[in-house]
Design a protein around this ligand. Structure first.
Ligand code: TRP
Ligand code: ZN
Length: 475
């Protein structure tokens, strides 16, 4: 981040009415500084809140939108950027005044009429419209962004799809609160992150107002339009769980998701209380490549993840686990993705094996997982490369590492450490070193070399002999 000059310098000689800084025009950087994604996010300001006003026409797959970002300038800015692809932009205003804008390769540069001063709060509003374009990101396992379904649409954006449907500072390092105002034809629903605050019917249109008041990374924002059956159940500490299922799988989904309150309670006892004020699962009336995403407070599952037998319950546990790991504590850089996926993977293994069958069953399963790992990877788990972020190695070697950490520290110290880590970084961002330092501090044991071998080196270390003998089913 640039150090802010204290104030603008007015160039009297040229009788400009625009203030000009002595160093020339002040530009906000076009990237936030992520080594994998040089253009993701932007510098020079801090996004605080987004208001997304979306008029969705599901019959014609058309979106008319107005997105407002409230932010704070971190330096003097003559021009700053948002990430934004697609759509026709009608207007841009900054603090209510028309602003000049230019778009090139997903970067929208905005030059306000009045330059912004370091420390100043400002708002920028972008009006745009068009047909949403699904995004084939080389960094994602499936097509992301805004996608149509037979009876509506869904949004899944990890890691870089959010800027394909609204202008934003598209990087998890700049979390913000959100409010969604989604207008759909009456009879359709719009389901977003957070809490449904209001539902206004006006003629043949209904507006759903969703309030997501906990800071959220842009890739975790979602808007889903369709026809769903809503079920409300109560989680631990009175956390409301609002599930949305398509009619065609409603009965089976109610059974499949029936243990989610118990999951939340069980994880809460180990990780610390569930970190948000609401929760709820949404099942799409579509197949989307076998994927589910942990969108904040509202994970989204494709229809095929409902079986009626709880066969895929571990995936519901995985996405719930992400609410602590990845969502509340977000990656500082995408290379740290194992802090999200390795933890979510270990969470679902705990549920599937330990919760249901006891810890010895988990021990076996983790040793099996270890034996299926490649003996060496191209890159370490803690820096897998931008096209390997969602690779098995990140998920599974990450999970194995956590299990072995647990075996080394003992349950009491391990979970105490995780609680301290989730509490300390709640709503913030984390690096691998933040985890290592927290483990060292809280456990009182220096685990630096352990993490070095398991996470920071490509070669797979040997499994501890003692854990192997007892638990290898084929030994
Ligand atoms: N985070 C997802 C998981 O829970 C995997 C994922 C990454 C994903 N990008 C996605 C899923 C985009 C759907 C869409 O493991
Ligand atoms: Zn995951």
């Amino acid at each position: 981040m640039q150090i802010a000059a204290p104030e603008h310098f007015t160039c009297r000689h040229h009788h400009h009415h625009r203030k000009v800084s002595p160093e020339g025009p002040q530009l906000g950087a076009s990237g936030v500084g992520d080594p994998y994604f040089p253009q993701m996010g932007n510098g020079g300001y801090d996004a605080v809140h987004y208001d997304l006003d979306l008029k969705v026409d599901p019959l014609n797959n058309y979106l008319q939108a107005s997105a407002t970002m409230q932010a704070k300038a971190l330096q003097n800015l003559d021009t700053f950027n948002l990430d934004f692809r697609n759509f026709d932009i009608a207007h841009v205003t900054v603090n209510g005044a028309p602003a000049k804008f230019l778009r090139e390769d997903g970067e929208l540069s905005i030059t306000p009429e009045q330059p912004l001063i370091a420390g100043q709060d400002f708002s920028v509003k972008v009006d745009y419209a068009g047909t949403p374009k699904p995004y084939e990101s080389e960094h994602a396992p499936i097509t992301i962004g805004w996608n149509p379904t037979k009876d509506g649409s869904y949004v899944l954006s990890e890691p870089d799809g959010s800027s394909t449907w609204y202008p934003c500072n598209d990087h998890p390092r700049d979390k913000a609160t959100y409010k969604f105002y989604v207008t759909v034809p009456t009879g359709y629903q719009a389901v977003c992150n957070g809490k449904l605050q209001e539902r206004r019917e006006q003629g043949d249109q209904t507006t759903f107002v969703w309030d997501a008041k906990d800071p959220m990374a842009s890739y975790l924002s979602t808007v889903n339009v369709g026809k769903f059956v809503e079920h409300t159940v109560e989680g631990p500490n009175g956390v409301p769980i609002h599930n949305f299922f398509p009619k065609s799988v409603d009965k089976r989904a109610q059974f499949d998701f029936g243990r989610v309150p118990e999951m939340m309670d069980w994880f809460g006892k180990r990780y610390g209380d569930y970190p948000f004020e609401v929760y709820g699962n949404l099942v799409l009336n579509a197949s989307v490549g076998g994927a589910a995403l942990e969108t904040q407070t509202r994970p989204v599952f494709e229809r095929g993840m409902v079986t009626g037998t709880r066969a895929l319950e571990f995936i519901y546990a995985h996405e719930l686990g992400h609410q602590w790991w990845g969502n509340s504590t977000s990656v500082q850089n995408w290379k740290d993705i194992w802090l999200s996926e390795g933890f979510a993977n270990y969470t679902h293994m705990m549920w599937r094996h330990e919760h249901d069958f006891g810890v010895a069953n988990l021990d076996k399963a983790m040793y099996r997982m270890y034996r299926d790992l490649p003996s060496s990877s191209d890159a370490p788990v803690a820096d897998p490369g931008e096209n390997q972020m969602f690779s098995e190695n990140v998920y599974n070697r990450g999970a194995v590492t956590l299990h072995l950490l647990r075996k080394d520290l003992g349950d009491e110290s391990f979970f105490k450490t995780l609680r301290a880590y989730s509490e300390k970084f709640r709503g913030q961002n984390v690096t691998t070193d933040d985890l290592v330092n927290t483990v060292n501090e809280v456990s009182g044991k220096d685990m630096t070399a352990f993490f070095e071998r398991w996470i920071k080196q490509p070669e797979l270390p040997p499994y501890p002999e003692a854990l192997k003998l007892a638990d290898d089913p084929s030994a």
